[in-house]
Design a binder for this molecule. Structure first.
Ligand code: RRO
Length: 311
């Protein structure tokens, strides 16, 4: 049986439903080229950028164990113009620019640049970086989120965009967030979810934190995140039928991809597993997803997307 795993995010077409999570293998053009040239990535997203270069937080700032990772990278990136330049002429698959402006002034400048560059389509505004010292996550303040979306939409005009959200945990927060998000009809997709912010991983032997910044607190990724990501996809999919959902969190194999799609995702991003295992991750995910679909008799993603059964 021939399986088709093509999908769409907004109006953009992807041959396969997986790509990198912002932050992983996408800070410099060497790595971005590898993702772009890989036959098993459906798209590429850049590291979230600020207006200018940032070196990020002091090291060690990343650690990974059996169940997942902790990071406090602190938004190290080469600045907006670097990524915008790399994206020129990249037209064999969608390339998403991710941005996480440091303040309102930067947001204003970056959003204006995005509006003026036709080839930047569906940028991902990161409303959920947990690791910039003294900068709260926008997605956890609904006033901030509303003001930020208001500003983005006023500047971008007709141009469509997406947002990367932090994970939410209480149904009322999904209600509040959905009320705000559904108001903006140029919002074409949401990515659920960023790392679980301000977790703490400890080395029992040395009795030390695993990373140095913020007294060891950082964003948790990997296996720890799968149920949280699935719940976020599921709860937003119920509330936002007109917005595409990109899943992100805890993907290591084809079954994890299948579950994200079953919960309502149209595509998925891969972070920790890609960081640990490199670009061959995507070929493996492809083979495993196809095999599972064949076993179940599914010929395309829409046959099971969002069709989780409630018992
Ligand atoms: O750079 C980071 O520390 C970082 C960012 Br911007 C983000 O959105 N999520 C994350 O786990 N780390």
């Amino acid at each position: 049986m021939n399986c088709n795993v093509q999908t769409r995010i907004g109006e953009q077409f992807l041959e396969v439903p997986f790509y990198n999570a912002s932050g992983v293998l996408c800070v410099n053009t060497n790595d971005l080229d590898k993702l772009y040239e890989c036959n098993y990535t459906g798209a590429v997203v850049t590291k979230s950028c600020t207006l200018k270069y940032r070196s990020g937080n002091p090291e060690p700032r990343y650690w990974c164990g059996e169940y997942g990772s902790i990071n406090s990278s602190g938004l190290p990136n080469n600045g907006f113009d670097y990524y915008a330049k790399w994206m020129i002429d990249k037209n064999t698959k969608p390339v998403f620019l991710s941005t996480s402006p440091m303040n309102k002034n930067e947001l204003n400048i970056i959003a204006n640049k995005i509006r003026d560059l036709d080839y930047i389509k569906n940028p991902e505004f990161n409303l959920s970086c947990p690791n910039v010292i003294n900068k709260p996550q926008i997605g956890y303040s609904f006033d901030d989120m509303k003001n930020t979306l208001q500003m983005i939409t006023e500047i971008l005009g007709e141009k469509k965009f997406g947002v990367k959200l932090p994970p939410y945990f209480d149904p009322i927060h999904f209600d509040y967030a959905s009320d705000i998000l559904s108001y903006y009809n140029t919002l074409s997709y949401i990515t659920c979810s960023n790392s679980i912010g301000n977790g703490l991983l400890i080395n029992t032997e040395t009795e030390e934190t695993r990373i140095r910044p913020k007294n060891g607190l950082g964003g948790i990724g990997g296996k720890y995140c799968l149920p949280v990501a699935l719940s976020n996809i599921f709860q937003f999919n119920e509330r936002l039928p007109n917005i595409d959902i990109v899943g992100c969190g805890g993907i290591y194999n084809g079954e994890d991809v299948f579950q994200h799609i079953l919960a309502g995702a149209c595509a998925v991003q891969v972070g920790t597993c890609l960081y640990e295992n490199g670009i061959s991750t995507f070929n493996k995910l492809y083979n495993e997803l196809i095999e599972l679909m064949r076993k179940k008799g599914y010929k395309c993603l829409n046959e099971f997307k969002g069709k989780i059964k409630i018992i």
